[in-house]
Design a protein around this ligand. Structure first.
Ligand SMILES: NC(=O)c1ccc[n+]([C@@H]2O[C@H](COP(=O)([O-])OP(=O)(O)OC[C@H]3O[C@@H](n4cnc5c(N)ncnc54)[C@H](OP(=O)(O)O)[C@@H]3O)[C@@H](O)[C@H]2O)c1
Length: 260
């Protein structure tokens, strides 16, 4: 390999100054963390969620964060994101499809309507927003899309998970590969993150319950759930322009859950 390419400093690898990012589901949990992380790295962040007051709370004091109150499962909500970007003349080069919801855990309790609702938020809206954002860019080359899937898109989590949830997360992995294939030559990179169990609104009940916590510990090689901040490096890696030869991949950050 040529020795003429300068070696970047560790700081440079993760510097996102002059980059713009859209983070959906930014009002709590993982998305709130990703918003703070990217803003801290210097990116201008468009933080999207439905709850205005939670968004304000999460983004208070952060430099370069624009909050967008929108339901991304509706065309109007997605249009609001595009309008906000357009009004500010911003072309995001990072899109984190993180907004998510869950449904009933038992397939006997999850009817078709509920199944579709979960797929609508977790999968269909991620596809529609990604397509809108990529198509609205004059030159999408260099764009990084990060789809927040789950270990439940890779393996069954029964009795925890849910049919709609698992299908949506597995669907996101298929979508990641397909879009990576279709758009690779345009310079758009699409990857997925598959977290294990992390504290958030979605997992509050599970991680507060002693027997569930033991179940999580028993099935993780590291013997515990993930902690706040333990997705930081993976997200920064996927968001960095320096991961330029990586696309169509799923990175599981799960304490070894899926390696058993
Ligand atoms: N925590 C985990 O252990 C874990 C593991 C694997 C994968 N994940 C995935 O990580 C992502 C974040 O989840 P979380 O654990 O951080 O849960 P969370 O705290 O419940 O966050 C979910 C976020 O999605 C937003 N959201 C939901 N529906 C939306 C909609 N229609 N339009 C816009 N925003 C919407 C919520 O904001 P509003 O209610 O304000 O709209 C909230 O900010 C999800 O995709 C989840 O499936 C989480």
């Amino acid at each position: 390999m040529s020795a003429t390419v300068p070696v970047p400093s560790p700081g440079e690898l993760f510097l996102l100054r002059d980059h713009a990012a859209v983070v959906t589901g930014a009002s709590s949990g993982l998305g709130a963390r990703f918003t703070r992380l990217l803003a801290g790295a210097g990116a201008e962040v468009y933080a999207v969620a439905r709850r205005a007051e939670k968004l304000t709370e999460v983004t208070a004091g952060l430099p370069n964060v624009v909050t967008v109150v929108a339901d991304i499962s509706s065309p109007e909500g997605r249009q609001r994101v595009l309008t906000e970007l357009g009004n500010r003349g911003a072309t995001p080069d990072i899109l984190i499809n993180n907004a998510g919801t869950s449904g009933p855990l038992s397939a006997f309790d999850e009817n078709g309507e509920e199944f579709s609702r979960v797929l609508g938020v977790n999968l269909t809206s991620a596809y529609a927003l990604t397509r809108d954002v990529v198509m609205s860019a004059e030159d999408p080359s260099g764009m990084r899309v990060i789809n927040v899937s789950s270990i439940l898109g890779l393996v069954s989590g029964a009795p925890v998970g849910g049919a709609g949830y698992a299908a949506s997360k597995a669907g996101l992995i298929g979508l990641t590969r397909e879009l990576a294939g279709q758009w690779g030559r345009r310079g758009v990179r699409v990857n997925a993150l598959a977290p294990g169990w992390f504290p958030s609104e979605m997992t509050t009940e599970l991680l507060a319950d002693e027997s569930s916590t033991k179940w999580v510990a028993r099935n993780s090689m590291l013997g515990r759930a993930g902690r706040e901040g333990e997705l930081d490096t993976a997200v920064m890696f996927l968001a960095s322009p320096y991961s330029s030869y990586l696309t169509g991949q799923v990175i599981a950050v799960d304490g070894g859950w899926t390696a058993r």
